[in-house]
Design a protein. Structure first.
Length: 327
């Protein structure tokens, strides 16, 4: 989801502080003493899983133990996150979460875990501003024309997302609020069926992570009209941001953060953060992230916690203002 100026400052400050976190001390402790599990609360192959697996080989080399990726999908990531929250806080279980983790705090009145008390941040790994796509035969070819059409034809534009409460859904709701337009949200069970209906013209607007749309735009299957970030994507440099197109505040991203059970020793949290960030900032990983439309971050645990807290507050307001429910 979003990364405005204040949050970006927090992240940059956290990244600068990494210089004091030395990796050699990893070998001077008995941690880790067994394989480390990274719980991914989604199925294999998606953005969250890809982000976790980018770390796997590097962490095994840095920590000297096998890194096991454990996919625990279900309930909009709640099942997997709950498993992280209830794991022994001994530094051998971590999780990777995305934007839904922040939104769930407002979407679900009774979570089985308390995100503020039961879990802590390790590192904000990367941020992927969402791309917006429209069909090639749509009666609008850019953001200005889309907004004008939506104002002249309330309810005639349907926008699809990978599900209610997803980063894509909430970014669409934010666009409606900022442009004072009425568009109909159509939730899907994942991005693939939504994209299929975009191609078929059943929906007229679709927000998704860059990995799913960059190639579709380059091949001409859809028209990319905007980036919901504060800067253009290196992998899609011709697509302007919504801010550039006159909609300040339309910032919405998915992102990946590593988290750990609360109570995990702070020294271990810091050491894992340092190991993760060394991988994130390597030339090889940054190149892979750039191709995915993801900006490499790599932050201190404190900056990670601050980022998630800011996201939770921002999207909580959007959820309340738009009256988003899961019923």
């Amino acid at each position: 989801m979003s990364m405005d100026i204040s949050r970006r400052t927090l992240v940059q400050a956290g990244t600068t502080a990494l210089a004091s976190m030395a990796l050699p001390s990893l070998a001077q402790t008995d941690w880790p003493s067994k394989p480390i599990k990274i719980i991914v609360p989604y199925t294999a192959g998606g953005f969250t899983d890809q982000m976790a697996r980018l770390l796997q080989v590097g962490l095994q080399k840095a920590l000297g133990q096998p890194i096991v990726i454990d996919n625990k999908p279900g309930a909009n990531s709640i099942i997997g996150v709950d498993a992280v929250a209830k794991a022994a806080p001994d530094g051998h279980t971590f999780g990777v979460v995305i934007a839904a983790y922040a939104a769930n705090t407002s979407l679900y009145p009774k979570l089985p875990y308390n995100p503020r008390k039961d879990l802590v941040g390790v590192s904000l790994m990367g941020v992927s501003p969402l791309l917006a796509a429209v069909p090639n035969n749509a009666p609008f070819k850019n953001t200005k024309e889309l907004v004008e059409y939506a104002k002249a034809n309330p309810g005639k534009i349907s926008f699809g997302s990978s599900g209610t409460g997803s980063a894509a859904h909430l970014t669409g709701e934010l666009m409606k609020a900022l442009t004072k337009t009425y568009m109909v949200h159509i939730p899907y069970r994942g991005a693939s069926p939504a994209f299929a209906d975009l191609l078929g013209g059943q929906i007229q607007l679709f927000f998704d992570a860059p990995t799913g749309l960059i190639q579709a735009g380059k091949s001409g299957r859809v028209r990319l009209i905007g980036v919901s970030g504060d800067k253009r994507l290196p992998a899609a440099p011709d697509v302007p941001t919504f801010v550039e197109q006159g909609i300040p505040g339309l910032i919405g991203s998915t992102w990946a953060s590593m988290i750990a059970p609360a109570g995990t020793p702070r020294d271990i949290i810091n050491r894992m953060s340092a190991a993760v960030n060394q991988i994130i900032h390597s030339e090889e990983t940054r190149a892979k992230l750039e191709a995915m439309g993801t900006f490499a971050e790599g932050t201190t645990p404190e900056a990670c916690d601050a980022f998630i807290a800011a996201e939770t507050t921002k999207w909580g307001k959007v959820i309340r203002d738009a009256g988003v429910t899961l019923e």
